[in-house]
Design a protein around this ligand. Structure first.
Ligand SMILES: Nc1nc2c(ncn2[C@@H]2O[C@H](COP(=O)(O)OP(=O)(O)OP(=O)(O)O)[C@@H](O)[C@H]2O)c(=O)[nH]1
Ligand SMILES: [Mg+2]
Length: 232
């Protein structure tokens, strides 16, 4: 059983970032599906465009079958190459440190101002994120962070599409993971290949295993960091 390593922190916040359409919102739902044993749709997923769909910062509590778990996954707007120079990276950094209020609508024109009512000037420890999770699609690899969730492995390899258990023996997936590791500079054991729930109506053990493996590691990294923050 997992418990949070800090008396003042009731839940651990984990920030989920990545490119537009990479599957951030789907990953948040997939974690909840795996814990609840059924489909959930708290984070709204894009069904069509290619344009950024999630526009607001929104924190989702992870819920288990027997109640809330001590984790919050924060969904944010996807990164677009054009705005990498703009307001968004600044706002994401603010979000990591807990300065951005829930429901804040990202503005591509200008970063959140210190004087805005959406700006939290004195964030609590539990407002801060303790792990930045970066979501990349298996077919488009870009980014910079700590834990990489490589989504859509079903689309990247036909063998895996037929049998998700083959994900760790698929040559294609291994190549993608290696590429990811080299380009982003994270060790292979920080890269988690997953298939999100996207068109199914029931949960599936093979999908759950990958989602929960990734989530277990995220939670451990976050809790380690929280322990360091507490001892400093
Ligand atoms: N085949 C497959 N499709 C997926 C997977 N993950 C997500 N999708 C689909 O990819 C599309 C985008 O997913 P979202 O979860 O909305 O992506 P997002 O990163 O939140 O997108 P923005 O909010 O626009 O930044 C949706 O149509 C999903 O159904 C996956 O692992 N496999
Ligand atoms: Mg989204």
């Amino acid at each position: 059983m997992f418990s949070v390593n800090h008396p003042d922190v009731k839940h651990i916040k984990i920030l989920v970032a990545g490119q537009v359409g990479a599957g951030k919102s789907s990953f948040i739902n997939s974690v909840n599906n795996a814990f609840r044993g059924r489909m959930t749709s708290e984070a709204i997923v894009d069904q069509s465009s290619g344009k950024s769909f999630t526009k607001n910062l929104k924190s989702h509590r992870v819920r288990g079958a027997d109640g809330d778990l001590p984790f919050v996954l924060t969904d944010i707007m996807g990164l677009q190459p054009e705005v990498l120079e703009g307001s968004q990276p600044e706002d994401i950094i603010k979000a990591i440190y807990g300065h951005v209020k829930d429901e804040y609508k990202f503005n591509e024109e200008e970063p959140l101002s210190h004087t805005s009512e959406d700006y939290v000037s004195d964030p609590l420890l539990s407002d801060q994120a303790f792990c930045l999770v970066y979501i990349v699609e298996a077919n488009t690899i870009e980014g910079i962070p700590q834990v990489i969730i490589m989504t859509k492995v079903d689309e990247a390899c036909p063998l895996v599409k037929n049998d998700l258990k083959k994900v760790y023996t698929s040559k294609k997936i291994k190549e993608k993971m290696q590429l990811c590791s080299e380009m982003i500079g994270v060790p292979m054991n920080c890269i988690f290949p997953v298939k999100n729930y996207h068109d199914e109506i029931d949960t599936d053990d093979d999908v759950d295993v990958l989602i929960l493996k990734a989530f277990d590691q995220i939670v451990n990294f976050a809790n380690d960091r929280l322990m360091n923050a507490a001892s400093n």
